[in-house]
Design a protein around this ligand. Sequence first.
Ligand SMILES: Nc1nc2c(ncn2[C@@H]2O[C@H](COP(=O)(O)OP(=O)(O)OP(=O)(O)O)[C@@H](O)[C@H]2O)c(=O)[nH]1
Ligand SMILES: [Mg+2]
Length: 309
Amino acid sequence: MSPPVEFRSGFVSIVGRPNTGKSTLVNALVGRKIAAVTPHPQTTRTHLLGILDRPEGQIVLVDTPGAHRGRGPLARALLRSLRAGLEGRDLALFLVDAHRAWGQEDEMALDLLRGGDAAAAPPVFLVLNKADLLPSPEAALPLLERLRAKYDFAEAIPISALKKLNLDRLTRLMFERMPAGEPYFPAGQATDQPERFWIAELIREQAMLLTREEVPHALAVRVEGDTERKRAAGRLRVIQAAIVCERPGQKAILVGKGGEMIRRIGIESRRQLEAELGIAVRLELHVVVRAEWREDPRAVAGLDFRRES
Ligand SMILES: Nc1nc2c(ncn2[C@@H]2O[C@H](COP(=O)(O)OP(=O)(O)OP(=O)(O)O)[C@@H](O)[C@H]2O)c(=O)[nH]1
Ligand SMILES: [Mg+2]
């Protein structure tokens, strides 16, 4: 008989500049939508956990806001949350976008990973994401070589979070670096987020996907009511949420002509929520203006920032 394999567990932080696909990777590895994903940079606003359960162990993935040199209370909250997401980790994944040139924000993300105390720094994997956009798999090699010169990475691996390419190999390499230990979370729990926060994230994602220009970044979502009702046709979850924006003009866009936009946001969000929650949902949305909430530290803390609130 072979000896029992030791169970391994640990925390893995995912770090990179905005829009590299960190949240897409967390969702792909966990196999559930934990974090909002949009083509807009700075989608993720707080560090979130995604829990990856395998027979050999448990990895707690820490999705973080993109490293961005912004100003103001919201940008400061994002950076604080990013730093907090780096604490006590066993491994870090440094995500780079394969189809974008190396830039200042990549450098900033790498600086955060280097940290102060080199001896205490955990291993870092260089993960070249969006490899599906390269002309051929071989095209990743010279890129990886060039990036390897920037830091003593423990591994360098091309992946596609969107197309789920090379994720098995990445998972295997991550487990190799995890210490022996008990699971941190009960099996089957996909995230640490309270359900309200996660519902707000899904609605925010849909509102960001359907709007443009300055509107997506000015949005926050607050779940204000969540009850379950029994009907003849089965159970119904009734969720009320406010979409918060900063200006009356943004509200007009969000409501749309004859309520067309808010209806679309509602339909798409409800579809997502029903798929994830496995129950019929009635979603009641309304739009409120809270002038310059991103400039107000209390508003930033009180809106969709569950840790700070
Ligand atoms: N082609 C391609 N697109 C990808 C891949 N991974 C992510 N994307 C896209 O890149 C965009 C950004 O993805 P996110 O997962 O939101 O990126 P993020 O790093 O979490 O961004 P922030 O939260 O803003 O820091 C989305 O439009 C994704 O669909 C990939 O492997 N290939
Ligand atoms: Mg994200």
